[in-house]
Structures are given as C-alpha cells and as structure tokens.
Write a protein that binds this ligand. Structure first.
Ligand SMILES: *Cc1c(COP(=O)(O)O)cnc(C)c1O
Length: 238
C-alpha cells in the first residue's frame, strides 16, 4: 500500500465518521447509536487492517472465499466481522465462528441452515433478515409480506438469534430517490419491534451505503454499510 493510499484512507474514515455523526444528530439520535460497517470487498488484507488501525471497528464482507482468504491473513484482527453478501447454504459452515453477524439472511431455509451449523459448534449465531424492499428479481431477501411468518418459524431455532433487518434498495440515480424504500423499512422495523417475539431482538436496522447513508440514517437506520467512501472506488467503478 502506498503512503498516499494510507493517508487517503485515514482521511476518508474521518470524513465518513463525521458525516455519520452529523446525520445522527439531524435524526435526533446519538452518534454512537449508529454502527458504521466498512464494506471491504476487493480491498486486500493490509488495507482492511489499516482501516481497523484507523478506527474502523466493524468490517463487512460479501464473498465467503474472499473473507476466508483475508481471514487467513489476519485482516480482521482488532475488529469485528459481518457477512453482508449473498450466501449459499453450502458455504455457511465456513462462516460460523468467524463472523459476529450474518446480515443477509433472505430465506427461511438459509436461517434454518445457519441454525443447524451453529448448533453443531455449540454457538448461537446473530443474524439480520434481509428484506427485498424494492421487489427486485435480481436481489435476494424476503418479500415484506413473508417477513412475519419467517420470523415466526425462525425465532424458535436454538442456533440463531434475529437481531434486526437489513435492506439493499434499488440503485438510486438521483439524490433522495431511496427515501421511500428507507421509510418503508423503518415502518417494517417498527412493526416487527412491536410484535415482541420471544428470542427476537429488533436492535439493528441495517441500510444505507456510500451514496445514501445520510438519507438512510434520517429514516432510522442505525447500521450503515459503507464501502467506496471509505476505501475508494473499486476497480470496476473507476
Ligand atoms: C459493497 C456493499 C456495500 C457498500 O457499497 P458502497 O456503495 O461502496 O458504499 C454495502 N452493502 C453491501 C451488501 C455491499 O455489497
């Protein structure tokens, strides 16, 4: 990593943190109530470790293979790791015990699978349920109408604990375009909180990325997943 790269990374982290704090204040919550997850895809282990050295505490990865490779290289030491990407059942086993939160559980089947694998290791895996809030065919996640029945069936499983909801709205082309989705997510989140299911903790509402995290926070997000604003544009974005 070049010196310039490192300086830029430090500066980006400072800037994103201050934007998160500002958005939190505007939304009437305490800055420390908003969890900043640095989405690290396509950034090498040294760069991820440098982010942790510079005050990032949560790292999100969205590919199992990439996560395992960086894990071997001790990229995440001193930080906490979340899985935020599409997850196939046959890769679940490799994640359990390494990640503190699987944010992207978009089907009952996957939830059951995670529970089974976690049980084998004698642990309880925290998860978020991913909601396909834009109703896009290309994206994973539960349809909003399926959320309640799925929570019902998953909340009794001993190997998982539902900690909240996650959403990836459609790509916004204009500023503010995702506010309607964020707002719908806030409503769903509040509805699910009010149901007070046993063993379900609606603590986290994970939404908002580089292009829209301030809007997401204004709609009640308390967990933002920020990649390019921290690490710089990924190769395919340049
Ligand atoms: C890459 C990624 C992000 C961050 O995207 P940026 O636009 O670079 O901030 C957030 N969430 C998920 C699931 C991602 O894969």
């Amino acid at each position: 990593m070049t010196e310039l790269g490192l300086q830029e990374l430090e500066e980006n982290i400072r800037l994103v943190k201050s934007r998160v704090e500002q958005a939190a204040r505007l939304a009437g919550c305490k800055p420390e109530e908003i969890h900043l997850v640095a989405a690290a895809k396509m950034n090498e282990a040294a760069r991820v470790q440098a982010a942790i050295q510079n005050g990032i505490t949560l790292i999100g990865e969205n590919r199992v293979q990439e996560l395992l490779s960086k894990y071997e290289q001790h990229a995440y030491e001193g930080g906490e790791l979340h899985f935020i990407g599409n997850l196939q059942s046959n890769k679940v086993k490799q994640l359990i015990g390494k990640v503190s939160l699987i944010q992207s559980v978009g089907s009952e089947k996957l939830g059951r699978y995670i529970s089974r694998e976690a049980e084998k290791l004698g642990i309880c895996q925290d998860i978020l349920l991913q909601v396909n809030i834009g109703g896009e065919d290309s994206k994973g996640g539960l349809e909003p109408v399926h959320l309640e029945p799925v929570i019902h069936s998953l909340c009794v499983l001993p190997g998982i604990r539902i900690r909240g909801l996650m959403a990836i709205p459609p790509i916004a082309h204009k500023h503010g375009e995702n506010l309607c989705y964020f707002d719908r997510m806030r409503q769903l989140f509040i509805d699910m909180q009010q149901k007070r299911y046993d063993n379900v903790f609606m603590d986290y509402l994970s939404m908002g990325m580089s292009g829209d995290f301030e809007d997401a926070i204004s709609c009640g997000s308390n967990m933002v997943r920020v990649g390019s604003s921290i690490f710089g544009l990924r190769p395919y974005m340049r």
